[in-house]
Design a protein around this ligand. Structure first.
Ligand SMILES: C[S@@+](CC[C@H](N)C(=O)[O-])C[C@H]1O[C@@H](n2cnc3c(N)ncnc32)[C@H](O)[C@@H]1O
Length: 221
């Protein structure tokens, strides 16, 4: 029992990693490949991807959107959790990132479930709404530019079906959200989304201290 979330020091974190992860060899290989990569810190933590997988399987999700692909680690884990006819629309600004991710998805055997969309994610999401896809997605994972989060929230809510989940990474920003001296535009946008999530009666809401903070919002029926 505990009334507060415990601090994860290195030994406890190490224990969690060695006693809970069920990564496949290709997932582990992609994670290892980003060790020491100049942008490797952008990769979603493995325990968080595993949580996303459990949520997808619990919901029997078959239609998923990811905003922010990088080299494809979180998308790979989510795609592996979908049925054979499942679809994951993977949105990223960078053609270079998407090309690297595609190679990893090919190797993992999940490319047939992934539809890449290169360009600003807000445009990709708006195009999906224009194409008549509103209300058809089970799950959305957002892990991209923080200044876009408030807009991804409104577009994401339109794309979700009732009881679908909209999730956001980096809601704690390494603790910066709680420091009133820090007011860069990404932190301000994250606080703006946090305030909106807390007050918004369109959703059920939970902010989870896993990774860098994972917000989970369920669209109320
Ligand atoms: C934190 S990384 C994503 C990490 C990824 N989820 C993983 O597990 O490896 C953020 C990604 O968002 C992309 N990005 C940044 N701004 C964007 C935008 N406006 N639209 C779409 N993607 C964007 C970046 O190119 C980068 O690949």
């Amino acid at each position: 029992m505990s009334r507060r979330t415990i601090q994860l020091d290195m030994p406890v974190h190490q224990w969690l990693m060695t006693h809970s992860l069920r990564e496949t060899p290709i997932q582990r290989e992609l994670r290892d490949a980003m060790e020491g990569h100049p942008e490797g810190e952008m990769q979603t933590s493995p325990e968080q991807v595993q949580l996303l997988s459990v949520l997808l399987k619990t919901m029997q999700a078959s239609r998923v959107i990811e905003v922010g692909v990088f080299t494809g680690y979180s998308a790979m884990g989510m795609a592996m959790s979908l049925p054979d006819d499942g679809v994951l629309v993977a949105c990223d600004l960078s053609p270079e990132h998407m090309a690297v991710a595609q190679e990893w998805w090919d190797r993992a055997g999940v490319s047939d479930r992934i539809q890449p969309r290169v360009g600003p994610a807000a445009d990709s999401l708006a195009a999906m709404i224009d194409a008549g896809e509103a209300g058809t997605y089970d799950f959305i994972y957002v892990d991209a530019d923080k200044t876009g989060y408030p807009e991804y929230y409104e577009l994401g809510l339109q794309l979700l079906r009732p009881r679908g989940l909209l999730t956001f990474d980096n809601m704690l920003r390494g603790g910066r959200v709680a420091d009133p001296e820090i007011n860069d535009e990404s932190t301000v946008a994250t606080r703006e989304l946090a305030a909106k999530l807390l007050a918004d009666d369109r959703v059920e809401y939970s902010l989870n201290p896993i990774g860098d903070g994972l917000a989970i919002a369920m669209l109320r029926p």
